[in-house]
Design a protein around this ligand. Structure first.
Ligand code: SAM
Ligand code: SF4
Length: 339
């Protein structure tokens, strides 16, 4: 196992981008079935293919030894993986040594009430919770069977535990696009930032991806008629662009992979729960890390496989949604790659 006490230099790809952010999908399973993310009868990966929590810890620790400073656990729904708290617990040692700046997660909030205090204990300080609507009926329609009260209780428990919560919402045509001002007032009223996400063409979900898509440039100009939006310079190296909303005092983010290309500043890579490394969310590229991980108990092969993959990180994505391309640009679902 590799332990790090000092800050190693980050990995750098062929385009000079420093790679210091890792997202790990700890499970592709989920207790909801958001219609833009999965089909109702989604086929999940065979459980036998999954890395164990110990293997996931080892993999993350090698990335940290190679200069990863920020780690986000996601899924699927990360909190439905059995015993996932033991992974948070062991990974938190890297926060204690200072090797890692941030350990965080993206969750649908349904299990948060149960785990909020423990997450805080494990050194988690900020979390993203996905919530596309405040309307119980629409929530059920979007998630196919979700109960919004559970999510609201989860958010309340997280805030109570002292976690800083950011809300993520996918903007969906004829579903929640008119509700965004209310969602924003609600989030900002509780001191939570809100980030809006454009639907991305990931994974087969049945017909209708094109019917879900709202360009956020359009939404932003609609919001600008009601609110005073001031661009903020800050960037997390990610695809979000932020504005300050004068009327609420809160921060609003826009993730616009289709209308704005963010790849030149991309600092992140993703691992699936089976140990596949994807260096770009919007390309089919994939490197198997499970084999080198299992081939030897030292990390030499694994480290070399990671270096090879980082060296091949593509320059950018090729997302496209239009009438002629009404099929996924990338065949993997977001729940596999990790959103
Ligand atoms: N289950 C957790 C959740 O919903 O937050 C974590 C995983 S989920 C795949 C991460 C984020 O991806 C969520 O905010 C979700 O709304 C978003 N997402 C899923 N499929 C998407 C798609 N096709 N396009 C854009 N965002 C998507
Ligand atoms: Fe589950 Fe998150 Fe996908 Fe919804 S977006 S189905 S909560 S993984």
């Amino acid at each position: 196992m590799t332990e790090t006490l000092q800050h190693p230099a980050p990995m750098v790809d062929a385009f000079g981008r420093a790679i210091n952010y890792l997202r790990v999908s700890v499970t592709d399973r989920c207790d909801l079935r958001c219609f833009y993310c999965m089909s109702e009868d989604m086929t999940f990966l065979p459980k036998a293919d999954l890395l164990t929590l110990e293997e996931l810890d080892r993999l993350c620790s090698v990335f940290i030894a190679k200069g990863t400073r920020k780690l986000r656990l996601t899924g699927g729904e990360p909190l439905v993986r059995r015993n996932v708290m033991s992974l948070f617990r062991t990974l938190s040692r890297h926060l204690a040594t200072g090797a890692l700046d941030e350990l965080t997660l993206t969750s649908n909030g349904s299990q948060l009430a149960r785990y909020a205090d423990e997450l805080r204990d494990c050194g988690v300080r900020r979390i993203n919770v996905s919530l596309d609507t405040l309307d119980a009926g629409k929530f059920r329609a979007i998630t196919r069977w979700g109960d919004i009260d559970r999510v609201q209780s989860g958010i309340a428990a997280a805030r109570q535990a002292g976690l800083h919560v950011k809300i993520n919402a996918v903007v969906l045509k004829n579903m929640n696009e008119d509700e965004i001002p209310d969602l924003m007032r609600w989030a900002h009223g509780l001191g939570m930032d809100l980030t809006l996400i454009e639907v991305m063409p990931l994974g087969e979900i049945g017909p209708g991806r094109i019917d879900q898509y709202v360009p956020l440039s359009l939404l932003r100009s609609r919001l600008a008629k009601q609110f005073t939006l001031t661009d903020l310079e800050e960037s997390s190296g990610g695809p979000a662009r932020y504005v300050r909303v004068a009327e609420t005092g809160g921060k609003l983010g826009f993730i616009t992979p289709l209308t704005h290309n963010f790849c030149e500043s991309c600092n992140r890579v993703r691992i699936t729960c089976t140990g596949t490394l994807h260096t770009c969310l919007g390309q089919e590229d994939a490197s198997d890390l499970r084999r080198p991980l299992r081939a030897s108990s030292d990390d030499v092969l694994l480290s070399a496989a990671i270096d090879r993959a980082i060296g091949l990180k593509p320059k950018g994505h090729d997302f496209i949604i239009d009438r002629r391309h009404n099929r996924p640009s990338v065949s993997r679902h977001m729940s596999v790659t990790g959103g």
